[in-house]
Design a protein around this ligand. Structure first.
Ligand code: PHE
Ligand code: ZN
Length: 886
């Protein structure tokens, strides 16, 4: 672990590298405790033009064994080697070859960065700065080199040896029980995309013929015995490859594409060139083991990592400040893929729900940062909802502003202009400016200004002039380090909906026409006047969530019910119901806190009744409309003095009211949607299950005995994991006698499958009852639990901290204490997972005073602990916001 005081890295300090690496030849001799790494680098001076600079290579926990320059051992006085740096003060002022030998211990690597062991498999994780834990290297993404990797290992311990690129040689090491393989990757790449794998792995193989007729071998490697759970991942991969050809004209470039699934992984997956490494949770699926949600996420993540081959690998990032250049863009691409493969409206609503639940919360708290940060202490902490999800929204806004053709032209230009380079956000946006002839100067603020813009829109119809005036005001709230903000360019897609539900033609009074129904708002206050409007319309604003803003519009409850029933934009139909429900919930939370009763809003219930009776709606869309805003959404709306108990109660009461009011229709849907025949994971069947299980959940929320026994029965007879876990969730969230038996049964059925037992941990972690904290603590001692495996920690403890607002925020503060103790215990072993868990406390400032004080005290205990990792230290300092620098 690095213990020295870390200084911030600033975007403005970027300098091109003094030394470039042309080629890397790695020779890795795998051994569980003593892996020998020989790296031969061909180095040449960078284009800085200045006098030859010292050569400074990054390291992290390394031990140097030998150092050879141009064939001769380098005398000790000519270099300095420490665990985290290798410096040659006066290297030759020309190209030279440096051979570095280090020894590392993969078994002792609990951070899961660099070379480590997952079970008996050797694997690597190098993003962002893990390569320096393997060998000394200029470990920065703008140093791109051609890699050749020789791996050697015991034949029985690691029969399969993989690295990036194509295999060029393999064989036995004569006279030993060892063998080797050599892999060559012809594409220049940054060190963070390096990967190697060794172990006993089974593989499924398929082929893909690219648009230009090249044949590519596709392989998915998994633990032996799990081959039959790769069908969906392989199918998703092939569909993703075809989609990228069709929609973006991008073709795969190597002769082989490999995916390896491992059980110990800090994140979801990693796009290493030609050798993606995945958390096995996002590969393995069968009807008996995975839910529809799992199938959906697997498809999206397989596609995401594959899409990185062009957006991330062929064109990479100049420095880590540009992280959104690959992540935001690639999330946008995987969202579009899912929208094309599934239901566009449902995908969009799901993405926006995720954005609001995570990114809006981040943007409103102490960890807020721009999509492209200007400063960081620890880059690992910037793999955030802002960089990923808001980063994707920014790309989507470019498309909305320019239209699909010019957007595609901009993308084509980006690929043509920057292929093989390490690029910046400016270069990316410039391609769209050049391809469309648009000035995108003001648009760059989406990358530099943090905070969610607040937009207030007020419309007024003038019956005599037959005009509709829309006044729009925008404000970007202050965020850490950014007290004052400039106005943003906001693409506001809108429609003026006439009484018959049809959109009125949009003509602006000043003669401008609205392209594709999008208003471009760019000033703090603006008025738009539409002419020739025959009767008072209802405005449908920010259709499709065209901009990631918080919108307040002067719509009455009647207007919202009208939009819920009639808007041609499905997103805003859903949004109208959400807005109605949010208003009611916020009122009811206030009433409960004042000692009053919750109100049943028949207007909302009637709007929902109309939705469930609308036979033209897709079932999964209907399910989304029936799902009230989450507790975090309500908390965000309230914004200060938050009482999680009152929020929970108000929401639970609303769900029960929906279940009661609509019971007849919900039971009808439930019966109508029962599937004949065996489970199929296709989107249409999944959509029916989603609605059916949503109906079940709302019915069980009423605690009606007939609903509870329906859930118990579904649990027993289910032939797939989706229906079984949905029934178990409906039962386990409520204090009903059927719960304990169902939970025991579930464990007994699936005890040998850790990924399924993760669901069992999560379901228990979200039980909204005071005994849950003790239950979670007890489960940490369960034989199926392990602090060393990130999936276990996330399923039990992160789900408790982030998914159980009520019990994590217990009024006695014991939820905070537990999480903070876990963070401190985990930090020495896996700082990345510890830091992420700690970020569950990021909204502490908006809590009511008692909880706020308890959360702050817990955070201060972390801050006071000795020998914190840079990861946890960075999060705690920023979360407390007490250090002056943000
Ligand atoms: N780059 C990975 C992605 O596709 C995420 C990741 C980051 C994985 C860091 C591991 C470590 O989003
Ligand atoms: Zn990514």
């Amino acid at each position: 672990m690095r213990t020295e005081e870390t200084r911030p890295v600033r975007l403005e300090d970027y300098r091109p590298p003094d030394w470039l690496v042309e080629t890397v030849e790695l020779d890795v001799s795998l051994d569980p405790k003593a892996t020998r790494v020989r790296a031969a680098l061909t180095l040449r001076p960078g284009a800085n033009g200045a006098a030859p600079a010292p050569l400074v290579l990054d390291g992290d926990g390394l031990v140097l064994k030998s150092l050879v320059l141009d064939g001769a051992e380098l005398p000790a006085e000519q270099y300095v080697a420490s665990a985290d740096r290798l410096t040659i003060a006066q290297p030759p002022p020309r190209a030279f070859r440096l051979e570095i030998e280090t020894e590392i211990d993969p078994s002792a690597n609990t951070q899961l960065m660099g070379l480590y062991r997952s079970g008996r498999i050797y694997c690597t994780q190098c993003e962002a700065e893990g390569f320096r834990r393997i060998t000394y290297f200029p470990d920065r993404p703008d140093v791109m080199a051609v890699y050749t990797t020789r791996i050697e290992a015991d034949k029985t311990d690691a029969p399969v040896l993989l690295a990036n690129g194509n295999m060029t040689e393999a064989g036995d090491v004569p006279g030993t029980g060892r063998h080797f393989a050599v892999w060559h990757d012809p594409f220049r790449k940054p060190s963070y995309l390096f990967a190697l794998v060794g172990g006993t792995l089974a593989c499924v193989e398929d082929r893909f013929c690219t648009m230009s007729g090249r044949d590519v071998v596709l392989r998915i490697y998994v633990e032996p015995g799990k081959e039959d759970r790769c069908v969906h991942a392989m199918d998703s991969l092939k569909r993703a490859m075809r989609w990228d050809e069709t929609v973006f004209g991008r073709e795969y470039d190597l002769d082989i594409f490999m995916i390896v699934a491992v059980s110990d992984f800090n994140m979801g997956a990693m796009e290493n060139k030609g050798l993606n490494i995945f958390n096995d949770k996002y590969v393995l699926a069968s009807p008996e083991t995975a839910t529809d949600g799992d199938y959906d996420r697997i498809e999206a993540i397989i596609a995401h990592e594959y899409f990185h081959n062009w957006t991330g690998n062929r064109i990479t990032c100049r420095d880590w400040f540009q992280l959104c250049l690959k992540e935001g863009l690639t999330v946008f691409r995987d969202q579009e893929f899912s929208a094309d493969e599934r239901s566009r409206a449902v995908e969009r609503i799901g993405n926006v729900r995720g954005l609001r639940a995570h990114q809006f919360v981040e943007d409103a708290g102490p960890l807020a940062h721009p999509v492209r940060p200007a400063l960081y202490h620890e880059i690992n902490n910037f793999y955030t909802a802002t960089v990923y999800e808001k980063g994707a929204e920014v790309v989507r806004m470019l498309k909305t502003l320019l239209g699909p053709e010019k957007f595609r032209n901009g993308m084509d230009l980006y690929f043509a202009r920057h292929d093989g380079e390490a690029a910046t956000v400016e270069q990316f946006v410039q391609c769209f400016a050049d391809a469309s002839g648009t000035d995108l100067g003001q648009f760059m603020r989406w990358y530099s200004q943090a905070g969610t813009p607040e937009v207030v829109a007020a419309g007024r119809y003038d019956p005599r002039a037959k005009t509709y005036r829309l006044e729009v005001h925008q404000n970007v709230p202050p965020t850490p380090g950014q007290p004052n903000k400039e106005p943003m360019v906001i693409p506001l897609a809108l429609g003026l909906v006439g009484r018959d539900g049809r959109d009125l033609p949009l003509a602006l009074a000043d003669g401008r026409v609205l392209e594709r129904g999008v208003l471009t708002v760019s000033k703090p206050s603006e008025t738009f006047e539409f002419t020739d409007i025959g009767a008072a319309p209802v405005p449908s604003l920010n259709r499709g969530f065209s901009a990631p803003i918080k919108l307040v519009a002067n719509l009455t409850a009647d207007d919202l019910r009208f939009l819920a029933a009639r808007d041609s934009d499905p997103f805003n139909r859903w949004q109208a119901v959400q807005t109605l429900a949010t208003r009611l919930l916020v009122d009811n939370v206030a009433a409960l806190r004042a000692g009053g009763m919750v109100r049943k809003d028949l207007g909302l219930l009637d709007a929902l009744a109309a939705i469930v009776a609308d036979g033209s709606l897709d079932p999964d869309f209907m399910a989304l409309v029936l799902t009230p805003p989450g507790e975090a959404d309500i908390a965000r709306e309230i914004g200060r003095d938050v009482d999680p108990d009152a929020i929970f109660s108000a929401r639970a009461a609303l769900r029960a009211a929906i279940g009661e009011h609509l019971a007849g229709a919900l039971f009808d849907h439930y019966r109508r949607l029962s599937e004949a025949g065996p489970y199929r994971p296709d989107p249409a069947s999944a959509a029916r299950r989603t609605l059916r299980n949503t109906c079940l959940d709302l019915l069980v929320a009423t605690r009606r005995p007939d609903a509870v026994s329906l859930a118990a029965r579904q649990y027993q007879v289910a032939d797939n994991m989706t229906d079984r876990t949905a029934a178990l969730a409906a039962l386990s969230l409520r204090d009903v006698p059927e719960r304990a038996a169902a939970l025991d049964d579930f464990y007994a059925r699936y005890r040998d499958d850790p990924l399924i037992i993760d669901k069992w941990f999560s379901l228990q972690a979200i039980i909204p009852e005071p005994t849950t904290l003790d239950r979670v603590k007890a489960l940490t001692a369960h034989p199926a639990f392990s602090f060393a495996n990130p999936n276990r920690v996330r399923s039990l403890i992160s789900v408790f901290a982030m998914g159980n607002q009520k019990e994590f925020n217990r009024a006695d503060g014991l939820g905070y204490d537990f999480v903070v103790e876990t963070v401190l215990a985990l930090d020495p072993k896996n700082p990345q997972v510890a830091a992420r868990l700690l970020s569950a406390l990021k909204s502490w400032r908006v809590l009511e005073p008692r909880r706020r004080a308890l959360a702050q005290a817990a955070l201060r205990r972390v801050a006071a602990a000795s020998a914190l990792s840079p990861d946890v230290n960075d999060i705690v300092v920023r979360t407390l916001g007490e250090s002056g620098t943000a």
